[in-house]
Write a protein that binds this ligand. Structure first.
Ligand code: DGL
Length: 284
């Protein structure tokens, strides 16, 4: 007998472990839902990829997750959202709702700013896509957006999960243009940055509001499930979580357990196409 749609898990994907910041907020807000999370660690990082590469990765990953039997696709990765959300929505139109991170964060930032000066920290791919500039202009045309591409930040965060001086220096360099522009709100336009939120807050100063994809997405996922009549029947229990990755599962398990502060259990490796794989021994 087929499983009713509302009992299926919510699928979420990212280039690595950074999307666990989005999963965390969803677990807090929707504890009864089941989730299946995929980290494309064999092809991490996504932030220096072309739009074409990102679209092909995202479409491949969505097929893989659809085959797991899921009721909603959450694109937790900002670079993938920025490049591939329309293509994913078109491909999955009659089968699955797709939620991405750019619009919810832009809306939250527009609400948070008092002086109309908003900053964005994101990967080069996300900044180059212009996705945040378009969304912020659509929701709040009066807001000025200062964008800073951060080529190394996600890799430094994921490298070994430690805070070292190289990471601190990179954060200071990345935040300087935002401080110079007098922003009062900063969008963390990359999943990984939420993992170093205290460091970013200290660097930006206490007067600056930080908007992260995790906090923006939980409400979005909840709203999308409700709009589609797909909330789990509930019953007060805790949902089940599964973790898949394309790289080394043990490495994902160790790093993910630390970042999510939840034992991940066994992590399953799934194969992705050879194209775009990073050499063995690369960061993820
Ligand atoms: N998930 C990616 C993003 O949010 C992390 C950075 C990367 O893979 O380069 O853009």
């Amino acid at each position: 007998m087929p499983v009713p749609d509302r009992l299926l898990p919510v699928a979420m994907f990212d280039s690595g472990v950074g999307g666990l910041t989005v999963l965390h907020e969803c677990l807090v807000s929707l504890p009864e839902e089941d989730f299946v999370y995929f980290g494309d660690t064999a092809r991490f990082p996504y932030g220096d990829r072309t739009p074409e590469e990102l679209r092909s990765f995202a479409l491949e990953v969505s097929d893989l997750l659809l085959a797991e039997g899921v009721k909603l696709l959450v694109v937790a990765c900002n670079s993938a959202t920025a490049a591939a959300l329309p293509a994913l929505r078109e491909r999955l139109a009659d089968r699955l709702g797709v939620v991405g991170v750019v619009r919810p964060e832009s809306r939250l930032a527009a609400r948070a700013t008092a002086n109309g000066q908003v900053g964005l920290l994101a990967t080069p791919a996300t900044v180059a896509s212009g996705a945040y500039a378009r969304e912020v202009a659509a929701v709040a045309p009066e807001v000025s957006l200062t964008q800073v591409p951060c080529p190394d930040l996600a890799t430094l965060i994921q490298r070994d999960g430690e805070i070292d001086q190289e990471l601190v220096d990179d954060v200071e360099l990345s935040c300087r243009p935002l401080t110079d522009a007098g922003v009062d709100t900063v969008i963390l336009g990359c999943t990984h940055y939420g993992l170093i939120r205290p460091l970013l807050q200290r660097t930006l100063g206490r007067g600056v509001a930080i908007v992260s994809s995790g906090q923006a997405m939980a409400g979005e996922v909840e709203g999308e499930l409700a709009a589609r009549g797909l909330e789990t029947a509930g019953g007060g229990g805790r949902g089940a979580y599964r973790f898949l990755c394309s790289g080394d599962p043990e490495r994902f398990r160790v790093l993910g357990t630390r970042f999510l502060q939840l034992p991940l259990g066994s992590v399953e490796r799934v194969a992705v196409s050879e194209a775009g794989r990073r050499p063995a021994g690369a960061v993820a």
